[in-house]
Design a protein around this ligand. Sequence first.
Ligand code: NAD
Ligand code: LMR
Length: 330
Amino acid sequence: MVKAVVLGASGGIGQPLSLLLKASPLIDELSLYDVVNTPGVAADLSHISSPAQITGYLPADDGLEKTLTGADIVVIPAGIPRKPGMTRDDLFKINAGIVRDLVTGIAKFCPKAFILIISNPVNSTVPIAAEILKAHKVFDPSRLFGVTTLDVVRASTFTAQITGEKDSRKIVVPVIGGHSGETIVPLLSLAKPACDIPADKLDGLVHRIQFGGDEVVAAKNGGGSATLSMAFAGFRFAESVIKALKGEKGIVEPTFVYLPGVSGGDEVSKSLGGGIDFFAVPVELGPQGAVKATNPIPTINDNEKKLLEIAIKGLKGNIEKGVEFARAAE
Ligand code: NAD
Ligand code: LMR
């Protein structure tokens, strides 16, 4: 039996993500939580003919506790999205507190659940979550994931547009680092199958993968950021975690994890020159969550090494900001 939870379920990501989870035959119970509208969203989804039994709670009457109790996997898209002119870091002020409070609930009511954090800035909200879980003495690094799958999805889509591959799912590009602008490092040299990107298109492609979120923010013109593509990506990652939980082997997804706590993470950390605890790399998933972090860094080309150096600088500051915020709140 698998119980999945969405925190922030009434939002732009939360609703389509909840729809995909409700439609999935892998889930037996789906519980939705938000500060508004969850009873309506849950009632609507409850008419869908799929196995998952669905409930929706608001904060009143111990709603968070009821939502989280018994959860195996909790996906968090709660928090405000960007408007044009904002960076993801501009969301920190509001979203840091939201993630802190929701993860405190997880620590109390379902400390063994897999936690998938979508709320931005992911580079900081995941370290916040780790600190909160540590403070409650329930931190298991193999169960905490920053969701960077949208970067991987974009890398496939945008690369296929250049190579002419009609089915972008057939192109797999590892994306490492963090989830914002220059902290996103697509490793096009390791694309499978190998892709021949014309030299005059390479920088533009890398930039588009790094700043794909801005395209959507600009197009929505004040109406928020990526929601539908994020729901697709968030579902893909959640589905991978659940399949691995159910015993499927060989599932590997790039995700932002706490390196010192994941097998293989120390090796990645050394390749990065040390001093960086959170990083997205392809991670093998198993019934206990993250089984092994793979280390693509020794095999990347010089151009990618330069991108990596820039990413590390930005990422360190984002991580420290999250850790300091959570420690100050203790
Ligand atoms: P949205 O405003 O449409 O929805 C957010 C929802 O969170 C709302 O329904 C709101 O009521 C709810 N919420 C606010 N405070 C809450 C709380 N304390 N508890 C529970 N729910 C709460 O925003 P959105 O477009 O769905 O984006 C949500 C977040 O996801 C943003 O921070 C955005 O930047 C981020 N995001 C991340 C990625 C990624 O790749 N990781 C991609 C897209 C968006
Ligand atoms: C994205 O990459 O689309 C998200 O992180 C949302 C944003 O702010 O761009």
